[in-house]
Write a protein that binds this ligand. Structure first.
Ligand code: TMP
Length: 187
């Protein structure tokens, strides 16, 4: 089972992934938590340095290609994989960086991805999300309200088009976890 948690910065994806792992482990599953950008050389490079939008999209896809190989390996060993971001992040973020790049981003990602069994998009107002991040002193170059508002619109549109579940990031975490666990059991 391959589960992906998506959403703009400040939605609490990382914390939710940890709590989800805890629940799944309690139910006896063997779980791997992973994230994008990865901690591999390409992921590290993207975090360190800015590139022009096309180079950036290609680097995210290259990082993802290595990541997908790892994910396939974990899944083949019977693990449940939870990923904090995957390819929808590129559609939403790089799609918001440059109008007209969306089709090309989908095209370069298509060969390097594996469709997740469950994708959840956490949703929050960008101002609130940014407020949560600034209080942690973690703002990065990807984060301004105007940009995140466009990223959020992309997420909501993609979720509508592809049938991904959107969950309110400000509600009680246990309710969100219950809903995700139900989706997992129904898979
Ligand atoms: P993180 O804060 O979740 O670790 O992610 C770092 C930033 O990378 C975040 O602002 C979103 C951005 N990002 C993209 O722009 N495109 C992508 O494909 C991915 C995976 C992340």
């Amino acid at each position: 089972m391959f589960i992906v948690i998506e959403g703009i910065d400040g939605t609490g994806k990382t914390t939710l992934c940890r709590f989800l792992e805890e629940r799944l482990v309690r139910e006896g599953y063997d779980v791997v938590i992973t994230a994008e950008p990865t901690g591999g050389p390409i992921g590290e490079l993207i975090r360190r340095k800015g590139f022009d939008p096309r180079a950036e999209a290609l680097l995210f896809a290259a990082d993802r290609s290595c990541h997908t190989a790892d994910i396939n390996e974990w899944l083949s060993r019977g693990k449940v994989v939870i990923s904090d971001r995957y390819y929808v992040s590129s559609l939403a973020y790089q799609g918001a960086s440059h109008e007209g790049m969306t089709d090309w981003i989908a095209m370069i990602n298509e060969p390097v991805i594996r469709e997740p069994d469950v994708t959840v998009v956490l949703d929050i107002d960008p101002e609130e999300g940014l407020g949560r991040i600034s209080s942690r002193g973690e703002n990065s170059r990807f984060e301004t309200v105007g940009y995140l508002a466009r990223v959020r619109e992309n997420y909501l549109r993609i979720a509508r088009e592809r049938g991904y579940r959107v969950m309110d990031a400000s509600r009680d975490r246990n309710e969100t976890l219950d809903e995700i666990m139900k989706m997992i059991r129904e898979e």
